[in-house]
Design a protein. Structure first.
Length: 343
């Protein structure tokens, strides 16, 4: 596979992206182009100064691939390709699609089944990383199809809970079931520059917060080990390391105006509140963004869901870290010692 030798060549690759039938000859050719596009996008993203990104536009930075994707109108196509692929995967339709491709092109030469499976996984992974690199620019988030994107995120998080192998596999850091968490974080981080009401309305409708909480309960240790070890290979996750992305996404969620003004709507399920209380043994640190729920408010909010246990929030740790999202500790314990007596 040759590397494009000019920006014009990369633009042509972007322009060639189309909804080709899965496993068709055109689909396999497009996969090669997507690999090249994604490799270039990751390299460009690594060189972006994230501290000054908010004060510059995409056209002022050296992110040519993302710019080509927007200029050629391929961002929502990339999303649609991801959505359609994952829908077929969840419906276990790959075999029928492969048979259809062979019948449509009887004279074409197809790889063996194991190679096709590898290429199918590569298709999801390269498109997913390309999407991540793209949405780190606010210009991309301002034109993306949010109802479709958030629906895809919600389905990916739910699928992760039903299929642990998607998160525990060696390549999980490039799968949608893990990248969906990073997508959520970047959406919420940019919320002030988006139509917040509409975005959060869809987040509520698709029950993204409950899914995030369940993923914390289920996969937190794995994120801290295996995903952390491999996430650096993704390359373009500068502001949100995948090892901490679950906590960061939930922190960003709790810091939205929509959540702060309508907590009951987002936490309708008693199970989710129970999960948060149950984290006392397995996950001591609950990350909270500054200016979101303060210790007294959090204690009051969950009091009804801890009939036999005293929910105690450490004011000492909160004050010591000045309410910082990733320094403060929210201790949920069954001990009744006064917070003022803590070390």
């Amino acid at each position: 596979m040759s590397i494009p030798d000019s920006q014009a060549a990369y633009r042509l690759l972007v322009k060639s992206m189309a909804p080709w039938p899965l496993f068709s000859s055109n689909w396999f050719r497009m996969l090669e182009g997507i690999q090249q596009i994604t490799d270039a996008a990751v390299l460009e993203s690594k060189n972006v100064d994230r501290d000054t990104q908010s004060s510059t536009t995409l056209w002022e930075r050296n992110e040519q691939i993302v710019r080509f994707i927007l200029e050629e109108g391929k961002l929502n196509l990339t999303l649609r390709l991801l959505v359609d692929f994952k829908d077929l995967q969840r419906q276990e339709q790959f075999a029928s699609k492969l048979n259809a491709a062979r019948q449509a092109e009887p004279n074409a030469t197809f790889d063996d089944l194991s190679t096709i499976k590898i290429k199918a996984a590569l298709y999801e992974q390269t498109l997913g990383v390309l999407m991540l690199c793209s949405i780190m620019s606010i210009e991309a988030l301002q034109v993306i199809d949010f109802p479709l994107f958030i629906d895809h995120i919600g389905k990916s998080l739910e699928f992760a809970l039903m299929h642990p192998e998607m998160v525990r596999s060696p390549d999980s850091y490039r799968r949608q079931e893990v990248l969906a968490v990073s997508y959520t974080f970047h959406i919420l981080e940019a919320l002030e520059q988006l139509q917040e009401d509409r975005v959060m309305e869809v987040m509520l409708e698709k029950k993204v917060l409950p899914s995030l909480v369940r993923n914390v309960v289920t996969y937190h240790p794995y994120y801290q080990t295996n995903v952390k070890k491999n996430a650096v290979m993704v390359g373009c996750c500068g502001r949100c390391s995948q090892a901490n992305s679950l906590q960061q996404a939930i922190s960003a969620f709790l810091n939205t105006e929509a959540f702060k003004t309508n907590q009951n709507a987002f936490l309708q399920e008693d199970e989710i509140k129970t999960f948060i209380v149950s984290l006392q043994e397995n996950l001591i640190q609950v990350y909270l963004m500054k200016d979101t729920l303060k210790p007294d408010e959090l204690q009051e909010y969950f009091a009804d869901y801890s009939k036999k246990k005293l929910i105690r929030v450490s004011r000492v740790h909160w004050e010591k870290h000045d309410g910082d999202a990733f320094g403060s500790l929210c201790w949920i314990t069954s001990r009744g010692t006064s917070p003022s007596n803590e070390d």
